[in-house]
Write a new protein. Sequence first.
Length: 173
Amino acid sequence: MNVGHELLDVPLPDMVTKLALGIAAAQQALDQNSVETAKALSETEVDLQLAITQVIDENGDVQYHTHDPVAVSLLQIGLMPTFYQFAEATIEVSMDISTTTSRETDVRVKSEFEVGFSVFSKSINVDVSHNRKFGKEVQGTSRLITRLVPVPPPERITPELRIVDNRPSDEDE
């Protein structure tokens, strides 16, 4: 195998798909948690004193008049669930691939000559050996980084406060 083939074997599309699906599932869980928090805040009521009237008489004495408390939800008094969204996701893959190939050829030739009266002899020995080595080392690391940020709740979750004042005005008198 060559280095190019090794790099093609990295399942990057699979990693990106799994990251995206993981973020979608996590976002859905975060949104569901925020919805459950909003329900709990809307169902939990507290008695709230909406107004206290301060009356200063002609002698400068101060009196306070309270009105009956009103039961309001935590959502109505301004407690809001926190919503989050994934602002960033990063996949970082590092791969070090090294391959080595070596080839060794060793040739040994041994020759012997003998010369004598009417006799001639020649002896040649050839020894050939081949040695081929392959080595491959692959190291890889991967890292997944996500960043969550809080976002404001949807506008429609915030209750609108309407004030209806049925007291007679100075014009009515």
